[in-house]
Unconditional design. Structure first.
Length: 146
């Protein structure tokens, strides 16, 4: 159900369309490890598909790159980090999610803002608004930009 095109060399994952090597003699350990590593919660998706008689598809899971980008964006925003901190080896060792470069994160953040801006423009049509990038801090009753 989770894999298609099962051959002697392996199978293709229905969730991410990735080929996973697995010899028939070895059982299904690589396939199960792939599901556990790349698709957390796959067992609940499989159960619901069995109940509803549906086929597992890619849109039932969150893309791993999107999830990694979200985790890094959340860290940068909530912990008041700079994009340069993303490249710091100490920080990379301290976090459990996949590594990403600051340039890649910046490009993905800009792309996310562009998508959000389209929705915001449609929602706020006719109203004035401003997008603020960078940090704004309260300082002696006045706001100043760093």
């Amino acid at each position: 159900m989770m894999f298609k095109d099962l051959c002697d060399m392996g199978a293709v994952c229905n969730a991410c369309n990735t080929f996973v090597r697995q010899s028939r003699k070895a059982g299904y350990t690589n396939l199960q490890a792939h599901l556990a590593r790349n698709h957390p919660g796959y067992d609940t998706v499989v159960r619901s598909c069995i109940k509803e008689k549906r086929i597992v598809s890619m849109d039932m899971f969150i893309d791993r790159h999107a999830h990694t980008t979200y985790q890094w964006m959340k860290l940068v925003v909530h912990k008041n980090c700079t994009l340069a901190d993303v490249d710091d080896p100490t920080i990379r060792d301290a976090v459990r999610f996949d590594s990403i470069g600051s340039k890649t994160l910046k490009a993905r953040m800009i792309a996310a803002v562009k998508l959000a801006e389209l929705d915001m423009c449609a929602e706020l049509k006719g109203e004035k608004y401003v997008l603020v990038f960078g940090r704004v801090r309260a300082f002696s009753g006045r706001f100043r930009r760093n």
